[in-house]
Design a binder for this molecule. Structure first.
Ligand SMILES: *[C@@H]1O[C@H](CO)[C@@H](O)[C@H](O)[C@H]1NC(C)=O
Ligand SMILES: *[C@@H]1O[C@H](CO)[C@@H](O)[C@H](O)[C@H]1NC(C)=O
Ligand SMILES: *[C@@H]1O[C@H](CO)[C@@H](O)[C@H](O)[C@H]1NC(C)=O
Ligand SMILES: *[C@@H]1O[C@H](CO)[C@@H](O)[C@H](O)[C@H]1NC(C)=O
Ligand SMILES: *[C@@H]1O[C@H](CO)[C@@H](O)[C@H](O)[C@H]1NC(C)=O
Ligand SMILES: *[C@@H]1O[C@H](CO)[C@@H](O)[C@H](O)[C@H]1NC(C)=O
Ligand SMILES: *[C@@H]1O[C@H](CO)[C@@H](O)[C@H](O)[C@H]1NC(C)=O
Ligand SMILES: *[C@@H]1O[C@H](CO)[C@@H](O)[C@H](O)[C@H]1NC(C)=O
Length: 271
């Protein structure tokens, strides 16, 4: 069969597949830029104004909103994280997020919520470390430096590298004496865990963001190893494997015909 015919056929099947998912939006999972961030498989653009979302374009949870040129990832509980960078250069890609609560031009950055990976198919990068914030402590060892801009009447607030809270004050229970504890990751740019240094630099560190490895999603590995492309069936909530013979499997393309995958790739996986 001629290249051209096979191309047409690929297109036909692709559109057919998209229709079978029952979507009205553009079937092309085209690469898009949002500010400085390139969004492509396994990330996809979550378009708030669209009636349907292109869930089939990438991994669940990786729908990135583009709001006024700023890429935003929304996690459960409406927690928004600014997507500073998505690095596709390695197969174990990285994602750099910034907690929007704590940063945007605030004189006194104050993370309000714990960061948690939840069901995102990512791991913490080895570049990260955790900071523990303790807010509104009513009792405290008097010599421990506190965050000056969070000093409210006699309450004090503190920041530590996680698990270094008690150094020198082994018997002091911060959780018991403070109103709230919040734990957030930052990139390991803080070269010292000295508290005075930390108080001066934590805002900068939070603005710099933290790094997550998205790697290859477990369920997707067998598909990708069989030269398929992963997609997602939002109705069935299961991974799909787009195969070279243009069939759509649930797991692997083993045993399918090696055929014109590059056409589908051109549509869904532009690099
Ligand atoms: C894009 O990158 C430039 C240069 O690194 C930077 O000044 C700018 O703030 C970035 N824009 C966004 C939306 O992150
Ligand atoms: C890509 O991965 C290799 C090996 O894991 C590593 O040495 C290299 O620094 C990585 N490159 C980037 C841009 O992260
Ligand atoms: C930071 O905290 C998270 C959640 O508790 C944990 O999974 C992760 O391993 C911690 N990172 C470090 C570097 O301790
Ligand atoms: C913290 O607040 C107390 C009580 O309002 C005040 O006496 C103290 O000077 C403040 N300390 C700093 C560093 O702002
Ligand atoms: C001080 O902290 C306590 C709890 O630790 C809280 O109940 C109180 O409202 C705080 N005071 C102010 C002025 O924020
Ligand atoms: C954050 O996580 C810690 C445990 O690491 C927990 O003690 C604390 O209550 C959590 N804070 C919030 C605001 O949920
Ligand atoms: C996360 O780490 C686990 C254990 O090392 C690994 O099996 C998994 O593939 C990693 N996931 C990602 C997305 O990198
Ligand atoms: C997606 O899942 C639905 C519900 O299980 C099913 O009817 C449909 O055929 C699936 N689509 C594909 C392309 O597998």
């Amino acid at each position: 069969m001629s290249q051209f015919l096979s191309y047409l056929l690929s297109l036909f099947f692709f559109f057919f597949f998209i229709n079978s998912l029952g979507t009205n939006s553009s079937p092309l999972c085209l690469q898009q830029n949002c500010g400085n961030v390139t969004i492509r498989y396994p990330f996809w653009v979550y378009d708030e104004s669209a009636y349907d979302q292109q869930y089939y374009c990438g991994y669940p949870g990786f729908g990135v909103r583009c709001q006024d040129g700023e890429a935003v990832l929304r996690l459960s509980g409406d927690r928004n994280y600014h997507v500073k960078d998505i690095d596709y250069s390695n197969y174990t890609g990285t994602l750099t997020l910034v907690d929007t609560d704590a940063t945007t031009n605030q004189k006194c950055p104050r993370p309000r919520q714990n960061f948690s990976l939840e069901t995102l198919p990512v791991n913490y990068s080895s570049m990260d470390l955790n900071l523990s914030f303790y807010y509104n402590c009513i009792s405290y060892p008097p010599t421990v430096p506190f965050i000056p801009c969070l000093n409210i009447s006699s309450n004090r607030s503190y920041v530590f590298v996680e698990n270094h809270e008690t150094e020198g004050f082994e018997s002091f229970d911060w959780s018991k004496n403070c109103e709230e504890k919040v734990v957030v990751p930052v990139r390991h740019i803080l070269t010292e865990i000295n508290i005075v240094y930390l108080i001066a630099r934590f805002g900068e560190a939070m603005n710099d963001g933290f790094v997550l490895d998205w790697g290859r999603v477990e369920d997707c590995v067998t598909c990708e190893d069989s030269e398929g492309l992963c997609g997602y069936n939002a109705t069935a909530k299961e991974y799909l494997c787009f195969c070279k013979d243009l069939s759509v499997r649930s797991n692997s393309c083993k045993g399918t015909l090696p055929w014109s995958i590059s056409r589908v790739k051109n549509l869904c996986y532009i690099s």
